[in-house]
Design a protein around this ligand. Structure first.
Ligand code: DON
Length: 569
């Protein structure tokens, strides 16, 4: 991996010169560039925000490893990317160390101890999305800070150095982008309605690009974490503030919930696809197991020969996606609470059976597809991608769920809380905010973790990182990761195209293929003749990917769909 004989990338890419600074120097909050597609020699980092990416690069250059960089990027995103970066949410991290060892950390939020199965039903017994999505009751017990400290065991720099850039940006402010300004303005009335204390995200005049966002309360909370570790969040002043916020706003998280929260080290989900080992997240994310199902079903066909986004390949991949989402709705949930037939769901025979009613040239309506038949098993149960110069790799996805989560800012503590409770199935068959339906397996129970679609993934070739990939996008996460891998390995697209070409998405219900603008019209028309219905929607995902090229160089691509940026050296 290490290619130290090549010239320093700064000579080749002048836009990166500003990053050649020591850790003592603070991030430049008003000047940043937005490189989206770079080829470098040693290490790379891709994230949703240029300031966070720059912090990651600096950590890498100062001798930090991929885990150091990932932690610093996550903490910076919590400041500069408040709609999804967070300390009040949760997520999953997949780590490959150059020793050959792999780890996955589950720091998903969990239901508060007082949560109960029907807590989001109205008097008529219908699921009320406002209850599960807006405000205090929607908040799960946050996991991010515990996740950061769990990953820290593989880090090499003092934690203080990893958190300092975030504190600096929170205390002194940074210039917001046009996209951020628009989202803050669009969410203004929610912030006003759902908070008990007016947060800094609301001001008397609309935000515009270049305005400075200062978050002093958040800076203070980050200092408490810097000085007290995880206890600076789950105990002491911050925990008291969270509980007070819950009491003021009618939420459920208690000090006991916070004190008892712990990450879960899961066995990494690992399987082969072509010449690669795919390393990804097991349950309670549905992403890994569904990626294994999708690639497993696909490998029975020669999709590469069908061509990229032709009617044949899109039909095949759509029908695969449809069947996997039907399985998700019935079988998948937190494995510590429900028995999930994982072995069967990914077995070649089961996957073959699932495709028996696939008819090339003709749509299978979703009403004709149910979850597969399973015999009981005896036993079973906003993306950051980093690669360092020693071959350590991190792929992580963490979230507040919806845009700015519950939109509740903890009074005096300055951070947003998630609305992850909406990822539970409030009522069998009632769609969540991503249109996903679920059943008993994902019903609410105290301390249970809600099913996720987040799919942070690393592909290894001969036990060395080949691809580090992941994306946000709710239900579409799994299909985006699936398609990025297939685009690269079967259609031989460049990484740039695999990330940026229009994507499509089918999730069983509703019976529609969602497409992005730019999806080939001819393909759409051909599929409509076969009985498929389409809906054009906003961006599908924001994929951040790093690929190790055959000559050992590193290509890093940030999605063109947002302010995402890629840096490296
Ligand atoms: O865990 C999940 O699957 C969702 N809470 C992810 C939310 C998400 O990706 C929002 N971004 N668009």
């Amino acid at each position: 991996m290490k290619i130290s004989s090549f010239p320093c990338m700064a000579c080749i890419q002048p836009a990166l010169l500003f990053c050649l600074v020591g850790l003592a120097q603070q991030p430049k909050p008003y000047h940043n560039t937005l490189p989206k597609d770079i080829t470098v020699y040693h290490a790379a980092v891709v994230s949703a925000n240029p300031l966070a990416t720059a912090v990651g690069l600096r950590i890498l250059k100062e001798g930090g490893n991929a885990v150091d960089a990932a932690i610093a990027v996550q903490l910076t995103l919590a400041v500069v990317y408040p709609e999804a970066g967070n300390i009040g949410g949760g997520g999953f991290t997949v780590i490959h160390l150059n020793s050959g060892k792999n780890y996955t950390i589950d720091y998903r939020e969990e239901a508060p101890g007082k949560a109960y199965r029907d807590m989001f039903l109205d008097k008529q017994g219908n699921a009320d999305p406002h209850l599960s999505q807006d405000g205090h009751l929607a908040c799960g017990v946050p996991g991010t800070v515990a996740g950061l400290f769990a990953a820290y065991k593989f880090a090499s720099l003092p934690f203080r150095e990893l958190i300092e850039p975030a504190i600096h940006l929170a205390r002194n402010g940074f210039a917001i982008s046009a996209e951020e300004a628009k989202m803050l303005n669009d969410t203004r009335s929610d912030f006003l309605k759902l908070n008990t204390i007016r947060p800094v995200f609301v001001r008397h005049i609309p935000w515009k690009a270049g305005d400075t966002l200062i978050q002093k309360d958040l800076a203070h909370t980050l200092e408490l974490i810097r000085d007290n570790g995880s206890a600076g969040f789950y105990g002491g002043e911050t925990a008291k503030r969270i509980v007070k916020e819950m009491i003021r706003g009618g939420g459920m998280i208690s000090s006991k919930d916070l004190l008892e929260y712990a990450v879960k080290w899961r066995n990494p989900l690992s399987f082969d696809y072509k010449k690669y080992v795919v390393l990804t997240m097991p349950l309670p994310s549905s992403g890994g197991i569904m990626l294994e199902q999708m690639l497993g079903m696909l490998s029975a066909y020669q999709v590469g020969k069908m061509g990229f986004e032709t009617p044949q390949s899109v039909q095949l991949m759509t029908e695969i996606e449809r069947r996997c989402y039907a399985d998700r709705a019935k079988f998948l949930g937190d494995p510590d609470f429900v028995k999930v037939p994982v072995k069967t769901l990914v077995s070649p025979e089961y996957l073959r059976q699932r495709m028996l009613n696939y008819s090339p040239g003709k749509a299978t309506p979703s009403k004709d597809i149910q979850a597969g038949k399973i015999n009981p098993e005896s036993e079973e149960t906003t993306q950051v991608s980093v690669l360092d110069s020693s071959g350590n790799a991190v792929s992580l996805t963490y979230t507040l769920n919806g845009l700015y989560g519950s939109r509740v800012v903890v009074g005096g503590a300055g951070f947003l809380l998630n609305n992850e409770m909406d990822d539970f199935s409030a009522k069998p068959g009632s769609p969540n905010m991503f249109g996903l339906v679920g059943a008993e397996a994902d019903a609410i129970a105290p301390h249970k973790r809600m099913l996720s679609s987040m799919t942070p993934t690393i592909l290894l070739r001969k036990n060395h990182p080949f691809l580090i990939v992941g994306t946000p996008g709710g239900a579409t996460i799994i299909t985006s990761v699936f398609q990025s891998i297939v685009d690269l390995l079967d259609f031989h697209l460049s990484l740039f195209d695999a990330v940026n070409k229009p994507k499509f998405h089918e999730q069983w219900l509703p019976d529609l293929i969602y497409i992005e603008k730019g999806f080939p019209l001819q393909t759409r028309k051909a599929l409509e003749k076969m009985g498929y219905r389409f809906k054009v929607r906003e961006a599908i995902g924001r994929t951040e990917a790093i690929e190790v090229l055959p000559d050992g160089k590193i290509r890093a691509v940030a999605d063109h769909r947002g302010d995402d940026s890629a840096l490296g050296y």
